[in-house]
Write a protein that binds this ligand. Structure first.
Ligand code: LMR
Length: 403
């Protein structure tokens, strides 16, 4: 027999399983609202034109080599990314107390950042919102955080943030707990704190000496505006917090499989930067040695060239406004059908997702009866909708809600 014979089957990963079920489903009217990836108005994946253009140019550039990148990545890339997050005129950047590390997309950033906090500062408590992105828990636990804890976030009845619950849970968190915060476009609820609410969150975190770890997976994609989507992170920096932020280019550049990310770190004293970088070097060295170059080159070249940068900004506006239009279309159809309940939350939420309020039973019904694939939490990827399938979706939801 094999030495592996006692290995137990692991559970499936919901989003990838649903994505696969969708691909294998021959039904004509099937809709994929599962995985968080952009789809155009024909339901197709979209390679951003500016990315395609850059890739063609790079394919003909014989000065580009396949030599190893430095362990902490391309300096131009991390500098451009960190500046995009904090703002070109950020005093923290000018003071040399902010820097970046190139990582394997948002997940890789979370992992490297969590390892740094656990191995170098001995942090073991971390708090994530209920609900949150399904992978947050695992990444932190695998990085050595032995005390995963949760803070309240969602009021299912009001279909809004449970702000009192959130504040109460942060107030009760032990000192030096790491608080995982979504910089914008909270996944899966699509509900972000208001500026005033962020200010209160910062007050409590300062008072309780909690450490902010932002996950920024949608900068520019949420509102269509890079600065607006970075507001919370910049506000915390301005308040004097030291913090970490995981930046992903999967969604806003459509570079899902290229694993392009930046781990931005802001400290209060520039003299610690060099030692931190040396420890980060050993964390990365022991994990994957050094990052891949292709996607980071694409992003760097676009961010560095004013004309390409403007083209890219038009792309993120196009994506976010299509999502907004489909939110409105779905709500309008439900209102037209007289579907019981209030559907305003669909248009109030932001980013790729709507947390519809559909129950697990209703979600399963939509999959089985209508071949519409969505998470059992009721989360839908709004850009899976388009003018030719939104009526079908609304009718299916109406049926699921009224049956
Ligand atoms: C999602 O939430 O669907 C995406 O971020 C994809 C993933 O890796 O889960």
């Amino acid at each position: 027999g094999s030495r592996f014979q006692d290995v137990q089957q692991g559970p499936p990963i919901e989003v990838f399983q649903l994505n696969r079920m969708f691909m294998e489903d021959p039904h004509q009217s099937k809709i994929n609202l599962s995985i968080g990836a952009y789809r155009d108005e024909k339901g197709q994946p979209w390679v951003l034109p500016v990315v395609r253009k850059m890739e063609k140019q790079m394919a003909n550039d014989e000065t580009l080599l396949h030599e190893y990148l430095p362990v902490l990545g391309m300096e131009q890339f991390t500098a451009a990314s960190t500046a995009m997050l904090l703002g070109e005129d950020s005093p923290a950047l000018a003071a040399g107390r902010a820097f970046g590390v190139q990582t394997l997309s948002g997940t890789g950033s979370l992992r490297v950042g969590a390892e740094l906090l656990n191995k170098q500062l001995n942090y073991t408590n971390f708090y994530y919102s209920v609900p949150t992105w399904e992978n947050h828990h695992l990444v932190f636990v695998n990085s050595g955080f032995t005390s995963p804890r949760t803070y309240r976030y969602w009021d299912a009845k009001a279909r809004a943030i449970d702000f009192e619950g959130l504040i109460e849970d942060l107030r009760n968190a032990p000192e030096n707990s790491v608080i995982l915060l979504h910089a914008c476009a909270h996944n899966p609820t699509g509900c972000d704190p208001t500026h005033e609410q962020w200010e209160k969150i910062a007050d409590v975190m300062e008072e309780r000496k909690l450490f902010p770890f932002f996950d920024s997976a949608y900068q520019g994609f949420a509102s269509g505006d890079l600065d607006q989507d970075a507001w919370a992170v910049r506000y915390f920096v301005q308040r004097g917090f030291e913090l970490i932020c995981a930046q992903s280019y999967a969604k806003n550049f459509g570079l899902y499989n290229e694993r392009v990310g930046n781990l931005a770190i802001v400290v209060s004293d520039p003299s610690v930067v060099q030692t931190l970088r040396s420890q980060l070097t050993w964390i990365v060295r022991g994990m994957y040695s050094n990052p891949p170059a292709h996607g980071a080159r694409v992003v760097t070249n676009v961010l560095a060239n004013k004309q390409l940068f403007d083209e890219w900004k038009d792309h993120i506006k196009a994506m976010s406004s299509r999502v907004t239009a489909m939110r409105e279309a779905l709500r309008a159809e439900l209102v037209k059908l007289g579907t019981p309940g209030n559907w305003d939350h669909i248009v109030k939420q932001i980013g790729l997702f709507s947390y519809t309020g559909l129950t697990q039973r209703q979600a399963e019904y939509l999959i089985q009866e209508y071949h519409i694939y969505l998470l059992k939490s009721g989360r839908i990827n709004v850009c899976g909708l388009n003018p030719s399938n939104v009526q079908y979706m609304a009718r299916a939801m109406h049926d699921a809600v009224t049956k």
